[in-house]
Design a binder for this molecule. Structure first.
Ligand code: UFG
Length: 323
């Protein structure tokens, strides 16, 4: 039976997707160096511990297997760090993707799903962002995502590789059954940091900027539940097989919440006050990021099911309490 190879399948979004793929009956093999991923997130799915920087290890993973499609989640993801250490980001995010794609082409695999980001758009000229919005990243992290998208287009033209590049907005929440969740080190994301402030793991939540041109002055983001992202990947796999053409697709809800609104919802759900400290804007943060979800609905038949703020915070909280 053919398999789906998931690079970065032990990480946050990868592990939720592996769980969803398995639930739909796919045979999955995970390739992960466990630098950010966790062995226990993979459970009984086959795991190859390997580094995508190691060309030979990547090629070896394809040998003797019938791989029908590859999903590529493995990536460095910290926008701020990418400013400070761009060579780390270009080095890893590009070389790992090139190594993986080489193995994909040589093995004759024709279906590829890439974890891209809203960061490819840069500063929004219109909102919500649709997929035809110009791409102009404002940080090295976003550039690495856009460069891989460019490479994918050339590989489609030259080698017939069909891909779907999924541009995530703000991935958040945790598996409703409480077995998977977010654990980045260091943690930079808003909702985990709110939970950390609530449980005393950090003194206060630092709010980066209250002078944005938004109703309450804090930045607005489109939070999308990680289980909805996972479902979208399974749908994308089906769509690739059906359509046999490449696509760029946003994954967001077209509903935004400001930092203060997220804090207020966390306070309502926990009945506790989040200690807050105001800070200047974080470099590269834009005022509002909202996704048009029309294309995802049309091409994938996808609709977010878990992405209301209450479910996002509740599932993240359940995970945080266990962690
Ligand atoms: N924020 C705070 N305090 C915190 C953490 C975040 O005020 O402790 C604010 C940020 O300034 C931002 C919002 O909360 O306004 C959301 O921040 P996150 O770090 O959770 O997410 P970002 O929107 O900065 O980043 C996400 C992804 C990136 C991606 C980016 C743009 O995590 O990978 O969207 O698409 F590049």
């Amino acid at each position: 039976m053919s398999q789906i190879l998931v690079a970065g399948g032990a990480g946050y979004i990868g592990s939720h997707t592996v769980k969803e793929l398995r639930a739909r009956g796919y045979d999955v093999v995970v390739f992960d160096d466990l630098s950010n991923g966790r062995r226990d997130f993979v459970r009984d799915t086959e795991l190859i511990v390997g580094d995508l920087m190691d060309r030979e290890a990547v090629r070896a993973a394809f040998r003797g297997r019938d791989i029908a499609a590859v999903l590529h989640f493995a990536s460095l993801i910290q926008v701020g760090e990418s400013y400070v250490h761009p060579r780390k980001y270009y080095g890893r995010n590009l070389v790992t993707s090139l190594n993986l794609l080489d193995a994909v082409i040589d093995a004759g695999v024709q279906a590829f799903i890439f974890s891209s980001s809203a960061a490819v758009y840069g500063i929004p000229r219109r909102t919500p962002l649709d997929e035809d919005h110009p791409t102009a990243p404002i940080n090295p992290y976003g550039w690495t995502k856009l460069m891989v998208e460019r490479i994918l287009q050339d590989y489609d033209r030259a080698y017939g590789l069909k891909f779907i590049s999924l541009r995530y907005f703000n991935a958040s929440g945790a598996d409703p059954d409480g077995t998977l969740g977010e654990c980045h080190n260091p943690e930079t994301h808003l909702i985990p940091n709110i939970l950390r402030a609530l449980s005393g793991w950090q003194e206060a939540l630092e709010i980066y900027g209250e002078d944005f041109p938004t109703p309450d002055g804090t930045a607005v983001r489109d939070y999308i539940h990680v289980s909805d992202l996972a479902i979208a990947h399974v749908l994308a796999l089906g769509a690739l097989g059906r359509l046999r053409r490449s696509e760029f697709i946003n994954l967001g809800t077209n509903r935004g919440y400001s930092v203060r609104e997220v804090v207020a919802e966390a306070e309502r759900l926990t009945g506790r006050k989040v200690p807050v400290r105001m800070r200047p804007r974080r470099e590269g943060d834009v005022p509002v990021l909202l996704a048009s979800k029309e294309k995802a609905e049309k091409v994938l038949g996808w609709a977010p099911r878990y992405s209301d703020l209450e479910t996002i915070i509740e599932t993240a909280r359940r995970w945080h309490e266990k962690a």
